[in-house]
Design a protein around this ligand. Sequence first.
Ligand code: SDX
Length: 431
Amino acid sequence: MTDSSKTATLTIDGTSYDLPLLSPTAGPNVIDIRKLYAQAGVFTYDPGYTSTASCDSTITYIDGAKGELLHRGYPIDQLAEKSHYLEVCYLLLYDNLPTAAELEAFEATITRHTMIHEQMHNFFRGFRRDAHPMATMVGVVGAMSAFYHDSTDISDPRQREIASHRMIAKMPTIAAMAYKYSIGQPFVYPRNDLDYASNFLHMCFAVPAEQYEVDPILSRAMDRIFILHADHEQNASTSTVRLASSSGANPFACIAAGIACLWGPAHGGANQACLEMLKEIGSVDRIPEFIARAKDKDDPFRLMGFGHRVYKNFDPRAKVMKQSADEVLDLLGIENNPVLQVAKELEKQALDDPYFAEKKLFPNVDFYSGIILEAMGFPTSMFTPIFALSRTVGWISQWKEQLSDPAHKIGRPRQLYLGETARKYVDVEDR
Ligand code: SDX
């Protein structure tokens, strides 16, 4: 990674500092500033981390200009077409695609960790029925630290692996329980005879009063949505998990922190906000009004599901999601879904508008996902929990990678201080 022949030279007040240039296997070179403060007594300033590499990683690579997303080198469109979610989980966790025997063993392990401690059912009952399922998930996942003490010793690689398996296995159960609780229906236990996506649909939509058969079209669409959300480099929620983990916090607390960060409408909450926006637009003749609002500097309104910090060409996940939306709605016989028509026309008009072209704003992963999820029967409040469920493998893989690096340190950024300098205390009677 470090090529001593390559350096960047920084000159401050006539003094020059040579900073090593680190060479990636793909992507831009990286200036190593770890010794900058010690050498030059200065900080760098990058509040949104637009130009900052917070770590090195071998898991996911994004080329925003080309619209490329690779997981351990495999393009997302190939994984979405040829793989399935648990195989992608194995790939993210263990560097390579599994052999048939490895995959069978991994799937058997995950399948047998899907139940949660029976006493945890009480946690759900402490929430109001109308609590957002993301609030429930943050609380219940954090509470796992109180139940799974045998996988919280992060210095033990075996405990780290068990915690990873538990998180991947139990998130669908927790998400489904949060949904069932919010609609006043009884919890449905996981079933070991169902695959991962079918199990989640069964836990969400089955009721004790009658048999529920999982529709293979929905199960395949669900699995593909899981794949498309699995990991995405150092996004806000993954960076939150890494920062929480850097203090030595247990894995369940770190994942709970990631869920909390993902909830925001600028991040994972955008899928819910996008469908609500499409419904507010309501018909194609109102699209110009909303595009004008999105362009108006004085209007805080933004097109939800549009734009991305990294992708400046197109989000490859959005392309796959759009194809999937067409497929699923057609197969479900709702191809004339008015919301889908509004979404397609909105995309077309926005991409024809110079404002969006100049600012390189394109549909992102959240633009079409809500249309599919609603067609599958999920309320908008379940869209972000499904994103969180899918991203758990990305969070836990990045958590595992960071802990496997013996040189990892606690994350502790500095600041550009603009406050008062030292001043004497004034007694209240003298103020
Ligand atoms: C996810 O990081 C990841 O990888 C995230 C994610 C993942 O898988 O983990 O990909 C998942 O979070 C996808 C993004 C979901 N969010 C949304 O769809 C919300 C709407 N989009 C945004 O708010 C925005 O585009 C962000 C947050 C996604 C990106 O913000 P940036 O990179 O900080 O860009 P910016 O806010 O600086 O915007 C640049 C310009 C601004 O105009 P100027 O100030 O330069 O004049 O573009 C404008 C913005 O006003 N702009 C938009 C817009 N997004 C940006 N204008 C209208 N509508 C939008 N959606």
